[in-house]
Ligand binder design. Structure first.
Ligand code: SF4
Ligand code: SF4
Length: 83
């Protein structure tokens, strides 16, 4: 696995759309949190196919999903933990 999808929760929550979760080919990988109104990724299950990026960026022009390397994802998680 070289890349893992990461949803920008703050941006995603503005849309309340849930669309990308309908397209992810992996079960229980890209899910929707109804309380926070955002989709989120199970990083251990993501296969890096980028279909969610296609849906959010190309189909919907929203740009809420990025593909990160495992190293980049760890750095983001470390930064988030400091907040
Ligand atoms: S398609 Fe984009 S805006 Fe819609 S739920 Fe997925 S990440 Fe959020
Ligand atoms: S990159 Fe593919 S497997 Fe990973 S969350 Fe997006 S659609 Fe699902």
């Amino acid at each position: 696995m070289y890349y893992i999808a990461k949803v920008d929760a703050d941006m995603c929550a503005e849309y309340k759309c849930n669309t990308c979760t309908l397209y992810c080919p992996e079960a229980n990988t890209l899910m929707f949190d109804k309380e926070r109104n955002t989709s989120y990724v199970d990083v251990d299950r993501c296969k890096g196919c980028e279909l969610c990026v296609y849906v959010c960026t190309d189909m919907l022009s929203r740009n809420c999903v990025s593909m990160l390397t495992p190293h980049e994802l760890k750095e983001e998680q470390a930064l988030a933990a400091q907040k």
